[in-house]
Structure formats: structure tokens, C-alpha cells
Design a binder for this molecule. Structure first.
Ligand code: ZN
Length: 137
């Protein structure tokens, strides 16, 4: 099991949910919904207080994924200045972005498995993962 999967299973055990909103709330991470243009979200710390910023124009589906991705930065890259998550750079790119995407996918699928008659795409959509991210599964 890789580091990302280990973090996710610890988290599921500790918080008893794979709902990123609920976990962020339990962890006391401050959540802001801001006007961010083409940025989906970002993670930062201010005077050591962890914060997640999410674009207030995203659909519920995409903002939930963004929340899971930024939560991944909080757990995996707490001291890194993480890049903005942008729609057209979802694939990107840097190691930490790929790790945060893997984290989000493992969290949101939460150990779930596809139904026998379900395609990978249907399975991932059912678990809240945008199509652009399916290559990370
Ligand atoms: Zn990111």
C-alpha cells in the first residue's frame, strides 16, 4: 500500500466517514468560498491555521472533489506551498498535484468497488470524481 492509500485508510478509520466536508470540519480546517476565476481551489496556512479555499461558482460535485483534493494537500504536503487547482491543468503535472488527485480519488471511492454491470467511468462518477480525473484511478 502506498503512502496515499495509508493516509486515506487512517483517515476513514479516525473520522468514520469519507465525506470530505465532514472531515475538514472535524479537523478544524477553515473553509472559504471565494471568487477565484478559473481556479477551482487552493490550500494554505495563515499563522499556522490551515485553510481551504474553494471557488464559489463550482457545482456541488466539483467543489466536493476540490475539497477532497485540498484535504490531500493538508495531510500529504502540510509545509509545501501548493499550486492552485485549475480546470485546465487538472492533469498536470507536478508530483504533489498527482498525489493530491490520487488522495481525493481514494478518499471519495472509500474502498467502494464497481457494481458488476458498471463501467469504470460510471463508478467514478457515482463517487463524485470528475471525468478529467479518471486517469488517476
Ligand atoms: Zn493541488
Amino acid at each position: 500500500m502506498g503512502q496515499v492509500q495509508r493516509e486515506v485508510s487512517k483517515l476513514l478509520q479516525k473520522h468514520g466517514t469519507n465525506n470530505p466536508w465532514e472531515i475538514v470540519n472535524q479537523k478544524g480546517i477553515l473553509l472559504f468560498f471565494d471568487e477565484l476565476g478559473d481556479i477551482w481551489g487552493y490550500y494554505n496556512r495563515f499563522v499556522r491555521v490551515p485553510m481551504i479555499h474553494i471557488n464559489n461558482e463550482l457545482t456541488e460535485f466539483n467543489s466536493r472533489f476540490t475539497c477532497a483534493h485540498e484535504l490531500g494537500h493538508h495531510l500529504l504536503h502540510p509545509n509545501v506551498n501548493t499550486p492552485f487547482l485549475k480546470k485546465n491543468t487538472l492533469f498536470c503535472v507536478s508530483k504533489i498535484e498527482r498525489e493530491a488527485n490520487h488522495f481525493a480519488i481514494h478518499l471519495l471511492t472509500g474502498g467502494d468497488k464497481p457494481y458488476p454491470d458498471e463501467t469504470k467511468q460510471q463508478f467514478l462518477l457515482r463517487n463524485g470524481i470528475p471525468v478529467d480525473m479518471h486517469c488517476f484511478y
